[in-house]
Design a protein around this ligand. Sequence first.
Ligand code: GUN
Length: 297
Amino acid sequence: MTIGKLIDGKAFAAGLREQVAEGVADFVAAQGRKPGLAVVLVGEDPASAVYVRNKGKMTVEAGMESFEYKRPASIKAEDLLDLIEELNGDPRVDGILVQLPLPKHIDEQAVIAAIDPAKDVDGFHVVNSGRLAVGLPALVPCTPLGCLMLLKDELGDLSGLEAVVVGRSNIVGKPMAQLLLAESCTVTVAHSRTRDLASVVHRGDIVVAAVGRPEMIKGEWIKPGATVIDVGINRVPGEEPGKTKIVGDVATSEAISHVRAITPVPGGVGPMTIAVLLRNTLVAACMRAGLAAPEGL
Ligand code: GUN
């Protein structure tokens, strides 16, 4: 039995953050100011608070300015929209990220639509998703772009490969499909209503799993030699009573003997998201300053 390779997303992300830091130093030398990222956190969700703290720390480590705005879950939609308007007009701010999900009384799409597309480092604005869809330069959502970087690093040219994306969210599934199509893959998007998911997944030379269901994709579903990117982060009961652990959307211990390579959870895609966010912030800063995007990023 051959054993597939575990893709080290943590190491790749560290390398990308270093490259971004070099690009940031060039930007500061040319512009006399640091690129700035504003992160808006609404409410008290502990997982979101941890993400936001990590984002702030890594932004500063990359040599950029970090602005954090914490607002109570009870904030009125109009007050949140006013904050975004203020950040749109703030010349120190190159990137705006509003942490999702937002409280139920706030219309997420309206908030995303209020962000200046040139500062939309999440790539969630319809202007950026539209630009991605028609093949124009765009700010691209961080997690799928990170997945694509790992795939290209592992496989090189993706042209002509069968890619199966499981999940159709605006954050991962849909932009992932667009990115793979732009790389000339034959793309299938599967989701919760897909019939015979096992045989659909089995088509994939590439499988990207982003469904949010613990270990739903079984090892035997994977075509031998496929490369698997597991975007899932699911908290489940651990081996010891009262303890929990994090697992992906793929049953990794089964899949490992089928794959060419697979991302582990944790340590695969997770660390890539923030690294690409920093990359997107630098790219947004360069575009806003009329500079060419840094090479190799
Ligand atoms: N919540 C989970 N992932 C993301 C992300 O990539 N961006 C934002 N803004 N919120 C998220």
